[in-house]
Ligand binder design. Sequence first.
Ligand code: UFG
Length: 340
Amino acid sequence: MNRYVLVTGGAGYIGSHTVVALHQQGFVPVLVDDFRNANAIVLDGLEFILGQQPIVHRIDVCDKIALSTLFEQYAFDGVIHFAAYKAVGESVEQPLAYYHNNLVCLINVLSLLEQYQVPNFVFSSSCTVYGEPKGAKEVSEQTPKQLPESPYGYTKWMGEQIIADFYKSASHLKLMNLRYFNPVGAHPSARIGEFPIGKPNNLLPFVTQTAIGKQAKLTVFGNDYPTRDGSCIRDYIHVVDLAEAHVAALTFLADQKEGLLEAVNIGTGRGTSVLEIVEAFERSTNQSLPFEIGPRRAGDVIEIYANVQKGQDLLGWKARLSIEDAIRDAWAWEQFLATL
Ligand code: UFG
């Protein structure tokens, strides 16, 4: 019997890699995306990798009536909910669009989950819920949450709150918040990856776009932080590892007899500074990267990385790819994009 999994935002960066991981583990992913923030070329990439066309429905997840037709059509085993806006700076400019899109989509999915008795649900959360860690920079799921810095961050923070309250009213369901650290890299085939719209906000796409000549130079946002080289430290996780974490989460949920709600960090457990990323890129690709040191970026966390014990213990999952793998794959993807 087919094990259908609804993947909202399935044509996006993390969604598309998760579609591949689900397919490889014998699930049948059903993508829903309205392509407002995704490029239809990802469907060619998915067909190339999967060896068959993915199942795709062009639906806005905020349109509950349209979304409900999928719950009528498929007996889903579970839902992985990615569909959301994700640019921190843009969320400050357009807070209402962020609250509307990210929260309405989530509420629609949860209410259909309940209505159609779909037992398993995975939510795309973020380490942004930890804010700037007080004390230790390694955060575990027990580390107290802090109020976020941006409307985007609030949508993840409120998303977790909505799920917690929903769980109290529907405690037979099995729900998991995956708190991603910094996803980077691309599929090793270089046929799917990240499509930044306009000038990239995130570090690695900016690095690869600089190397290929789309951007003149990278600005490192601050080298006067209290870190080992003065630049900010993050936990960069290969998107293929991150995608596999979703399958591990879904498989774990499907095996549980009782309802539950858990949060799990998805990172590598290692911190890397911005300057270390620049050095690693130069070393891996054997070319120098034009960069300058600029002022600090407002709202940046100084240093954070994941405690990954719970992911290992609960899901039997841990990251296996390195930052060098991520840089190699992101660079191959940037070069593939240049051929289109
Ligand atoms: N950076 C630069 N130059 C750039 C871009 C980024 O120096 O051109 C630096 C940033 O200052 C930061 C690091 O690279 O120190 C990583 O920045 P990203 O924008 O790639 O990632 P963030 O950690 O700021 O943001 C990520 C996700 C958000 C999420 C946040 C939670 O993109 O969705 O983590 O902490 F909310």
